[in-house]
Every structure is written in structure tokens, then in C-alpha cells.
Design a protein around this ligand. Structure first.
Ligand SMILES: Nc1nc2c(c(=O)[nH]1)N[C@H]1C(S)=C(S)[C@@H](COP(=O)(O)OP(=O)(O)OC[C@H]3O[C@@H](n4cnc5c(=O)[nH]c(N)nc54)[C@H](O)[C@@H]3O)O[C@H]1N2
Ligand SMILES: Nc1nc2c(c(=O)[nH]1)N[C@H]1C(S)=C(S)[C@@H](COP(=O)(O)OP(=O)(O)OC[C@H]3O[C@@H](n4cnc5c(=O)[nH]c(N)nc54)[C@H](O)[C@@H]3O)O[C@H]1N2
Ligand code: SF4
Ligand SMILES: [Mo]
Length: 707
């Protein structure tokens, strides 16, 4: 017997995480035996997070879906029987052809997200196929698309401050982002900057892991950051700290913004946010004078009715203060805007037939139950790279829709997730080390290569191969639908773009990653002299004539969106729909604001079925203040019911001062099949005012001891 030889290959973490780590895959005899972070990569720096440190265990987990299956029991019963790939593909193509003949292709709805973040196998991997079919377009605004609308309106598609340049920052504001859990490799840089003298301010509605490590934690009431931001603008102006030269040369609409902000004083904001006026003045003063000052915004800012307007206000601040003049000064959202991906080639939006209906993935429940009027009702759903039963709001409605006997559901998955549980046909999908790809990043400025180096177990196939086979079965002859994974990579990136100078596929295969040519950490200062990628080249405090639109960096041009309402030319505070102050009637029954952010040891709903991660994360819980717990006779560890008119879930109460009275926190990702309900049962599928973004933190509930 010869000893197995261990070889290493370049990998890229394929999960929906801004860090997009460069990995080292250790492989023996076609089997992934270990993973490490790449030491050469300036952000990964040799370390992975708690979720990925034993990624090989996810590849060979005993529950992994290994063969195509057909449902053999009632919907949701998780009874399936093994079938062959040919049987599965024939059944799917047969059903779809019949549906198309009877009701047209719009009766078919694809639903995907960033379960895999590769250019080939990821979010947009099935778009060309479904656009060719003429299926209903799925508007996938799960994450940050209202933030994107705000960002584009104000400063255009810029990557903003390089997360690595924070090493040069002297003042760092992390605004509604739990970096220690969700952006760990940026947090390392923040900590290094602090060692060099930077002050770290965290603005978070509760004492998150990140807030606990801040030099200064500011705690606004949930969904009131718009008032805080407007008062910061007011105070920068009032204290005479505006960089007049920068504003005159590189911005539009200062006088109007100043007029709008005139009565948004710190005292006004104190009443709304609960943050003392003196603290707001101090924040304004320090943000203006401690340069370079950088703001890192998280998606927590977006998740309430006025979220996008809030982000517009925050995005104005660095231009007011002239922070953009400095390396390490300005604001960071999703650096993906400067990555040269060819979404027109990836998605083929030109194949979408005119007037195709659009269904938003946040409103999947409403669409499947008939609550949302559709010109063509949905008869078939294909789901991959996403788990809407846990991740979409109004989750009970999603389940009600999936239980429909007349709905033909196909799920391509790694596991029988909460969504896949309801499928008629299950397709086993290949995992990270089993397929070639380039992983996009929305959190840094590198391309990251992933080698196919392990054999897929059982009969698992990469997403792109699944779509190639489906295209063949459907009789679609287009070349684009036949490309190999390598051909896709050759075509999906604009290799001739200036950002790619000196980089090609061979280079990536050899080195594993490459930094885009968009300046270095130490010299990148993209808006020192304006140069904003807006129609005027300036930062727009004021925007004239704009209509609401959906902006997404991972886009297939969401042109399906009806021309929206007029947009307020200026940023402002828009009160949330569900706060005791704004909705006292509702608050009589449901007095507590619930926030449902990410779990530390899960990646959205991924890993919540793995024992090791369950141990790291603990059972489903809700954080509740001693005041609110006491008033309800709830003790630490009690099982409680969290509910409102949309539904209920049960979990353990953790009584703690980490949350203020009136606020409760329950993290996301736990599976319905292992728990008594999930957090998204209580959240609303209504949108943020702009960008059709999720309003899931704009939510009132009651908590009571479980019967
Ligand atoms: N461990 C882990 N990491 C992840 C993920 C995961 O599931 N687990 N998911 C990945 C994905 S898809 C994303 S989008 C990112 C998201 O990463 P983040 O942007 O960090 O998003 P969240 O964890 O939802 O919440 C951010 C913070 O906003 C706070 N917050 C909520 N509402 C408000 C408010 O009104 N005002 C203020 N000031 N703060 C508020 C919350 O308390 C929370 O601490 O994380 C990625 N990384
Ligand atoms: N209440 C609340 N709701 C939220 C959020 C929140 O903070 N609070 N966050 C929102 C955000 S930011 C996001 S991004 C969404 C995320 O929502 P989803 O994208 O639905 O996230 P996941 O639950 O991780 O689902 C990804 C699924 O894809 C599967 N998958 C992974 N890789 C592959 C692959 O290669 N092939 C196939 N076929 N399948 C694969 C995984 O097994 C998993 O079941 O949730 C949103 N929902
Ligand atoms: S989940 Fe994020 S932090 Fe963890 S390995 Fe992947 S990219 Fe890195
Ligand atoms: Mo996300």
C-alpha cells in the first residue's frame, strides 16, 4: 500500500461574506483533508473564521445530499427516493415544457442568492438559462440593495475607501456592522490601526461583540440612525467644521442640505435616538477634525423603512468634512463596484422578453400564496444557492406557498435545507473544492481563484453543469449555455479593463489571488479631487429628478422594476413603521423592537445543521433586558415565545444588559426543522422606502414565557 500524498491547491471561500478569504486546500487521493488561510493574502493573513476552519467537514458531512431524489411522501415530510440524473432531468424538463406550453414560461420562477459566491456557480449562474427561457425575473434584494441605491445616488459606483487603507485612519466609525462576527479580516486591520493611535467608534443598537470592543459605543434606538446622521450634519455645519474648499469644488447642493439640516439639531435627535446631544456634537467634531476619518457601514443601517435615506445622509459626511482628501479617509460600503465583472455576459439581460413580470425574493411567500397579484401565477420554483424558508420574511407564508400541491419545486442543494424539504425533485450540488471558479468579493479589492481539486462525492454536480444539462434537455442551443467553467471565466471578467492590467487566468491559477489595479493600500485616495463616478463627477448632497430604482452590484439590470416614485432630492430622517413612538397602537400589543442580525458561528443558514457549529453558537436565543424580562416574569434560560400578528417562534431567554429596555435581539440562521420556528416568521416582507430592500429589523414583537 502506498502512502497517500498530500497536495495543496489555491482555494477561495465561496460563502456570502465580505472577506472572501484566499484558502489553501489540502487534498489526499482526491479528498479534501484540511483547509488553511493563505498567509500571502494581505487580508486573509493566514486565518479563517470559526465557520470555515474545518471546511472539509462540510464536504463530507453524513447528511450531505449525494444523489438526485424524488419526493415520495407528503410535501415537507422529507421523504425522498433515489432516482438517476437522467430521470431527474427528464422529469424537470418534461414538467417545465408542459407548463410553458400551457401558461408560458413566466409560470416558472428561479430563486437564488449568494449561497455560492463564484462568478460561475454563484448568484447569477442560472440567470442566462432562465432569461433564455423567459421565466419570471426574480428580483433578489436580500442584502444591501437599498444601501446600493443610496450609494449610487450620492457618490456613484465607487469602491470608496479600501478596507486595507484603514491602517492609515485615525478615526474609525463602524456604523451598524458587527465586524468581529461578520467582517473579521477587516476588524484585524481596525485593531492594527488602533495600535497606531486610531480611535474606534461603534454605532450599534445593542452591545454586539464589536461594540464591546469599541473605544466608544454609541447606542441609538433601532432605526433612528437617520436622525443621528442628520444631526451630525447639522452639528458639523453649526460648529463651522465644513471643508468649504472641498464642498465648493466637489459637491452639489450644499446650501439645500444645510437648509434641510437646519432644524435637525442634536437636541432634536436626542429625543428620537436617545443619544445625548453632547455626544452627537462630539461625534460630529471628532469626525471632522480627527483625520483621516473613515466610516464602515453595515447592512444593519438599511433594514428599516428609512434605511436608504439614512445611508444617503451618512454617505454625505466625508465630503462635508473633506475626509476624502486623505488616504484612509472617506466611507466604505461594498468595494465590489470597481471589480470588472461582465454581468451582461454572465446574465444575458438582453434575453429577458419585454414586460416580463418580476417577483421579489423577499415577497416569495406573498407571490406563492396568491396574496401578491401576478399576471402569470407561479407553477414551478427552482431554488439553488438560497434558503428562503429561513431567510425570507413572513416565513410562515413561504412555507404555506411551498406546501401548494400544484407547485412543482426543484432544489439544488448540499443538504435537505428548510427550503429543500418541500422540493419535488432534489439535485445534489457540488461544494467549494469540487469546482473551478473565481469568487467575487464585496469586501475587498482582490480576485480570488478556486481550484477544482477534490472529487465530488456521490453524484454531486456543480451548479453550472446542472444548468448546462438543463439547457440541453430544454433544447436551448445557444453557445453561451454550453460554455465550460473555464470558458465562463475567460468571458465573465473584462480582462482588458485597466483594473486587470497584468492579471490573467494563468496568473490567478498560479498565485491564487490578485489585487486589482485600483491603487494600493498606501496611496489609494480615489476622491481627493472629487472624481466621483456620478453624472457630474461630484458628490451629490442633492439629486434632481431621480426615481426610485433597484441597484445591485451583482446585477442582471433589474429593469423589471416599474418606474419608481420620485425620490426626495435630499437625505433625511424617515421614521420607521414599527416603533412605539411612530406606531403606538401596534406597540400596545407588541412593545419590543426585535433585531435579527447574523449569528457568529453560522453563515446565514449555512452550518446551522452541523453539530460543531451548533455548539459554538448555542441554541436559538433572544437577548432581553432585565427590565423587560422582570416585567414579564422571565428568568434567564426560560423558554419564551416571541410573536406578533405575522407568527411566533420559541427560544431561550438570555437576560442581559447588552440590550436596552424596549429592544430584543435574536440572531438569524437556525433551521426551522430543528427549532420551534425561526426569526423571520415575525418580520415583514414590506420594503425599505428605496431599492426594494428588506425591512426586517423594522419589527415590533411581544415576548412571553412559553406555555
Ligand atoms: N458570522 C457571520 N458572518 C457573516 C454572515 C453570517 O451570517 N454570519 N453573513 C454575511 C452577510 S450575507 C452579510 S450581509 C454580512 C452582514 O454583516 P453586518 O453588516 O455586520 O450585518 P448584521 O450582522 O446583520 O448587523 C449589523 C449590526 O447592525 C446592528 N443594528 C441593527 N439595527 C440597527 C440600527 O437601527 N442602528 C444601528 N446603529 N445598528 C443597528 C445590529 O445590532 C448588528 O450588530 O455579514 C456576512 N458575514
Ligand atoms: N431576519 C433577517 N433576515 C435576513 C437577514 C438578516 O440579517 N435578518 N439577512 C439577509 C441577507 S444579508 C442575506 S445575504 C440573505 C441570505 O439568504 P440566503 O442566500 O438564502 O442564505 P443561506 O441561508 O446561507 O442559503 C444559501 C443556501 O445555498 C446553499 N448552497 C451553498 N453553496 C451552494 C452551491 O454551490 N450550490 C447549490 N446548489 N447550493 C448551495 C446552502 O446550502 C444554503 O442552503 O438573508 C437575508 N435575510
Ligand atoms: S466565511 Fe468569511 S471570514 Fe470565514 S473564511 Fe469565508 S470569507 Fe473568510
Ligand atoms: Mo447579506
Amino acid at each position: 500500500m502506498s502512502a497517500a500524498v498530500m497536495k495543496t491547491y489555491h482555494g477561495g471561500c465561496p460563502h456570502d461574506c465580505p472577506d472572501t478569504c484566499s484558502m489553501v486546500f489540502e487534498v489526499e487521493n482526491g479528498r479534501l483533508t484540511g483547509v488553511r488561510g493563505n498567509k500571502e493574502h494581505p487580508m486573509t493573513r493566514g486565518g479563517l473564521c470559526v465557520k470555515l476552519k474545518d471546511y472539509e467537514k462540510r464536504h463530507y458531512h453524513p447528511d450531505r445530499l449525494l444523489h438526485p431524489m424524488r419526493r415520495s411522501g407528503p410535501k415537507g415530510s422529507k421523504q425522498f427516493e433515489r432516482i438517476t440524473w437522467d430521470e431527474a432531468l427528464d422529469e424537470i424538463a418534461g414538467k417545465w415544457k408542459r407548463i410553458i406550453a400551457e401558461d408560458g414560461p413566466q409560470a416558472i420562477l428561479p430563486a437564488s442568492y449568494l449561497g455560492h459566491q463564484g462568478l460561475v456557480h454563484g448568484l447569477n449562474g442560472g440567470d442566462a438559462f432562465f432569461n433564455r427561457m423567459g421565466a419570471t425575473v426574480c428580483e433578489r434584494t436580500y442584502c444591501g440593495e437599498g444601501s446600493c441605491t443610496a450609494w449610487l445616488l450620492t457618490i456613484g459606483p465607487t469602491a470608496g475607501v479600501d478596507p486595507e487603507s484603514y491602517i492609515h485612519s485615525k478615526y474609525i466609525v463602524i456604523w451598524a456592522c458587527n465586524s468581529v462576527s461578520t467582517n473579521l479580516h477587516h476588524w484585524h486591520i481596525v485593531v492594527d490601526a488602533r495600535k497606531r493611535g486610531a480611535k474606534v467608534v461603534v454605532i450599534d443598537a445593542y452591545k454586539s461583540r464589536t461594540a464591546k470592543q469599541a473605544d466608544w459605543h454609541i447606542t441609538p434606538k433601532p432605526a433612528t440612525d437617520g436622525a443621528l446622521a442628520m444631526a451630525v450634519i447639522n452639528s458639523i455645519i453649526e460648529q463651522g467644521l465644513v471643508d468649504r474648499d472641498y464642498v465648493d469644488k466637489y459637491t452639489v447642493g450644499f446650501e439645500d442640505l444645510a437648509e434641510r439640516a437646519r432644524d435637525r439639531t442634536p437636541e432634536w435627535a436626542e429625543k428620537i435616538t436617545g443619544v445625548p446631544a453632547e455626544d452627537i456634537r462630539r461625534l460630529a467634531r471628532e469626525l471632522a477634525t480627527e483625520q483621516p476619518a473613515a466610516i464602515r457601514i453595515g447592512v444593519g443601517l438599511e433594514r428599516h423603512y428609512g434605511g436608504a435615506q439614512t445611508i444617503r445622509a451618512v454617505t454625505c459626511i466625508p465630503a462635508l468634512t473633506g475626509a476624502w482628501r486623505h488616504v484612509g479617509g472617506g466611507i466604505t460600503q461594498f468595494p465590489v463596484w470597481e471589480h470588472p465583472y461582465r454581468f451582461d455576459v454572465i446574465c444575458r439581460p438582453d434575453w429577458i422578453p419585454e414586460n416580463t413580470q418580476v417577483v421579489n425574493i423577499l415577497q416569495l411567500g406573498r407571490a406563492l400564496t396568491g396574496e401578491l397579484p401576478l399576471s402569470t401565477p407561479i407553477r414551478s420554483l427552482m431554488c439553488w444557492n438560497s434558503n428562503p424558508v429561513t431567510q425570507s420574511p413572513e416565513a410562515d407564508k413561504v412555507v404555506e406557498g411551498l406546501m401548494r400541491e400544484d407547485l412543482f419545486q426543484v432544489s439544488a442543494e448540499h443538504f435537505i435545507s428548510d427550503t429543500a424539504s418541500y422540493a419535488d425533485i432534489l439535485l445534489p450540488a457540488a461544494m467549494g473544492a469540487e469546482m473551478e471558479d473565481i469568487i467575487l468579493s464585496w469586501g475587498h479589492l482582490y480576485l480570488t481563484y478556486n481550484t477544482k481539486c477534490a472529487d465530488a462525492p456521490g453524484e454531486c454536480l456543480p451548479n453550472n453543469e446542472i444548468f448546462r444539462r438543463l439547457a440541453e434537455r430544454m433544447g436551448y442551443e445557444d453557445d453561451r449555455l454550453k460554455w465550460s467553467d473555464t470558458e465562463c471565466l475567460e468571458n465573465f471578467i473584462d480582462w482588458d479593463a485597466p483594473a486587470c492590467a497584468g492579471i490573467d487566468l494563468d496568473y490567478l491559477r498560479k498565485h491564487g489571488f490578485a489585487r486589482l489595479n485600483v491603487g494600493t493600500r498606501d496611496d489609494r485616495c480615489p476622491h481627493r479631487e472629487g472624481n466621483f463616478p456620478t453624472p457630474t463627477g461630484k458628490c451629490h448632497f442633492r439629486v434632481d429628478g431621480a426615481k426610485n430604482f433597484v441597484a445591485a452590484p451583482f446585477r442582471q439590470m433589474y429593469e423589471g422594476m416599474q418606474p419608481g416614485e420620485d425620490i426626495d432630492p435630499l437625505p433625511d430622517y424617515l421614521p420607521p413603521k414599527e416603533r412605539p413612538e411612530t406606531n403606538p397602537e401596534l406597540a400596545k400589543r407588541y412593545p419590543l423592537n426585535i433585531i435579527t442580525p447574523k449569528s457568529h458561528a453560522f453563515l446565514n443558514s449555512c452550518y446551522a445543521n452541523m453539530e460543531g457549529k451548533q455548539k459554538e453558537q448555542g441554541d436559538q436565543f433572544v437577548l432581553i433586558s432585565p427590565v423587560d424580562a422582570g416585567a414579564r416574569g422571565i428568568r434567564d434560560g426560560d423558554t419564551v415565545r416571541v410573536f406578533n400578528d405575522r407568527g411566533a417562534f420559541e427560544c431561550a431567554a438570555r437576560v442581559t444588559d447588552d440590550v436596552n429596555p424596549g429592544v430584543v435581539v435574536a440572531t438569524l440562521g437556525y433551521w426551522r426543522q430543528f427549532n420551534n420556528g425561526t426569526v423571520n416568521i415575525t418580520s415583514s416582507a414590506d420594503f425599505v422606502e428605496m431599492g426594494n430592500a428588506p425591512r426586517v429589523f423594522d419589527n415590533l414583537v411581544q415576548v412571553e414565557a412559553a406555555a
